[in-house]
Unconditional design. Structure first.
Length: 368
């Protein structure tokens, strides 16, 4: 095995700590070629699609990539901004703010962000941190609910990278935070802020990203964690069981996925006489194609076409102060025991200086 080039090892030097916030990823541009590259990497992940490789290779390269790339590129173009992909913009801002919020809480840590698919890639970010002397890495996924298709895939990429590293850093992994009070409180505040400006709807729809039902039957806890998030949020908002609905979006292929599906659910509500629905997507901490295009544009159009009168999409947590405080709290709980506190670092520096001074004093004494 060939190992990556290591930075020169320095004895007695205190290694630095970094948090790596990992999100799903995004194409580099809203073009067919860029989307094709992105989808090729994403859909070839064995965690995402468990179909036997030879069969899936033929389907992916013969049908999905040739036809889906152009269609998806048009969707990305509809939400693209002058600064680029909304997902990347929000994730970059979240990383910068998280460093600041952790600093306010007394932690001297660096925060970087990476994408599971696309750039900046997980291997590139981890390699850069290694070269810069970071010896403790906290991996924090942008997925509140754990799934083998998302969080575990991030972990795979991290471990695969470190198979090429001779002197590995100390690693900690955040598996989930679907029921963390800081996360639930941030969701609550987001909903209340929206309702203060727009009033309350007849129904609140909590739409999570979908997953093949077969994955649930094989032991993936994602479905359960989504429902727990929804229940806790409903309790914080004082909602009864008839005031909200949990649904699942972004179905791919013809196999059965977790139900109920979001679009049919919203259409059914409209046909039953519900005039206004609000939709929130708790499983996404940053707005992206699935929220800004699929929900805010496509599902909205279906609700109105079915007879609904008012459709409101409640934005993701993004960089809201309540969420950034919450994310810092989540990260902080996983940093416990590492020498990240600013006072601890100062104390350690003083200790090292004292040792050097004593050694220098001994040497001078011996010289005389």
């Amino acid at each position: 095995m060939r190992f990556l080039k290591e930075p020169e090892h320095s004895h007695g030097k205190i290694g630095k700590t970094a948090v790596v916030l990992i999100n799903l990823g995004t194409p580099d541009a809203p073009t067919s070629s860029a989307v094709r590259r992105y989808l090729k990497q994403f859909l070839w992940d064995r965690r995402v699609v468990e179909v036997p490789r030879p069969v899936w290779w033929l389907l992916l390269h013969g049908i999905i990539l040739p036809f889906r790339s152009g269609q998806s590129a048009k969707k990305y173009a509809s939400i693209w901004t002058k600064d680029g992909s909304p997902l990347k913009i929000h994730t970059e801002k979240q990383a910068a703010l998280l460093k600041g919020y952790l600093g306010e809480r007394g932690h001297e840590v660096h925060v970087a962000y990476a994408m599971r698919y696309g750039s900046p890639s997980i291997p590139d970010v981890l390699h850069k941190l290694k070269q810069e002397g970071f010896e403790r890495i906290l991996v924090l996924s942008a997925y509140p609910q754990y799934s083998a298709t998302t969080t575990a895939s991030n972990f795979d990429a991290v471990f695969q990278h470190y198979q090429q590293v001779r002197n590995m850093p100390e690693l900690r992994l955040v598996k989930n935070y679907h029921d963390h009070d800081a996360y639930i409180q941030a969701l609550k505040q987001s909903v209340l802020n929206h309702w203060q400006s727009h009033g309350r709807p007849e129904k609140l729809v909590m739409s999570f990203h979908g997953l093949p039902k077969a994955f649930l039957l094989r032991g993936d806890p994602y479905h359960c964690e989504c429902y727990k998030t929804a229940r806790l949020l409903a309790e914080k908002l004082g909602l009864g069981k008839d005031d909200y609905i949990v649904s699942f979006q972004s179905r791919l292929g013809k196999a059965e996925w977790l139900q109920p599906y979001t679009a049919p659910t919203v259409k059914k509500l409209a046909k039953e006489g519900v005039k206004r629905v609000d939709i929130i997507c708790p499983g996404f901490i940053a707005d992206c194609l699935e929220t800004l295009e699929e929900i805010a544009i496509e599902v909205r159009a279906e609700f109105l076409a079915a007879g609904g009168k008012e459709f409101n999409y409640i934005p993701c947590l993004n960089e809201s102060p309540a969420w950034m405080r919450g994310l810092a709290e989540i990260a902080e709980q996983h940093l416990i025991g590492w020498p990240t506190m600013i006072t601890a670092i100062v104390r350690e520096d003083l200790k090292q200086q004292a040792l050097i001074s004593r050694a220098e004093a001994k040497r001078l004494g011996a010289d005389h």
